[in-house]
Design a protein around this ligand. Sequence first.
Ligand SMILES: Nc1ncnc2c1ncn2[C@@H]1O[C@H](COP(=O)(O)OP(=O)(O)O)[C@@H](O)[C@H]1O
Ligand SMILES: [Mg+2]
Length: 297
Amino acid sequence: MDTEFVTKAADRLHVHLNGQESIYGLSGSRIHFATQHDGTPCVLKTTSLRDDGRAGQRELTFYRDIASQVPVHTPDLLGVYEESDAIAMLLSFHGAAEPATSWNRTSWHALATDLAHLHRTVLPEATGWEKDDAERFRPLRAPDIAMIEDFWRDDLGLALDAIVDSRDALEREILQAGTCFLHGDCHTDNILREPDGLVWIDWQSTRIGNPAMELGFLSARVTPSGVEVPEWFLRSYCKERQIEPERMRQLVIAAELSIFVFEWPPYTVFDTPEGTLHVRRRTQYLAEQWLDMVSAT
Ligand SMILES: Nc1ncnc2c1ncn2[C@@H]1O[C@H](COP(=O)(O)OP(=O)(O)O)[C@@H](O)[C@H]1O
Ligand SMILES: [Mg+2]
């Protein structure tokens, strides 16, 4: 994203850039901290449309058409500036993201409740929001065996063969969770905590998809920090969605295991050695749970 675009967007949207260092996201977006005329803080999120234009357009469509229909708090869309190859969205500011290590019981409980409400959202038909979720299963359907072997063999030993061989069963199990409206990138850096509740940001991947994958991803993403999603979290979530927690627990184990074994290795470059150790331990635990489940059927 060139500086010229950012300066122009700030100018057109009548905000003053704070000069504070911007945040580069993994998605290729950038967050710039800014101030409105009356001194109210805001953020300018700029996304290039060159790499994956759909992500930027999707998030803008979410804020324009869907945000008012979802039962969770989101930033307000205060303005938009678009050029042919980039989008700038002006959003209300909601404080700094705090690391998962500082999350307390109240925040986890709010997340369980919010996520259940989000997953219960029924969007009016014909919104064009039914993005094909099949992409999500590609790593399971066409696994990169060499990569998996290299990364997991020492930790998982013979269990690795059993997991790779059971991937049809893994997919069938995960699919039992059905589909619903998802945030699509549900991890603690995308959820800001304010005194009266959570504010959900970063809607670039929102879609209709598999809720066990959303829950498995939440747990996988927090693992390198050494934090675990509290053991009661899923019960609170299921109570709110009025579904059976023990069955859902199994589906989420299948989802998280599949994320770690089949998708995670290339992303370990973002983890510290200690973080990777947490991932390896967690995956060993999930593998045992899954293979017990398979042998019980
Ligand atoms: N409205 C906002 N208020 C406060 N901080 C924000 C806001 N939007 C983004 N941020 C900060 O910028 C980071 C990256 O923004 P995000 O929308 O998640 O972009 P990306 O798609 O690159 O992950 C967030 O994790 C958060 O720290
Ligand atoms: Mg983000």
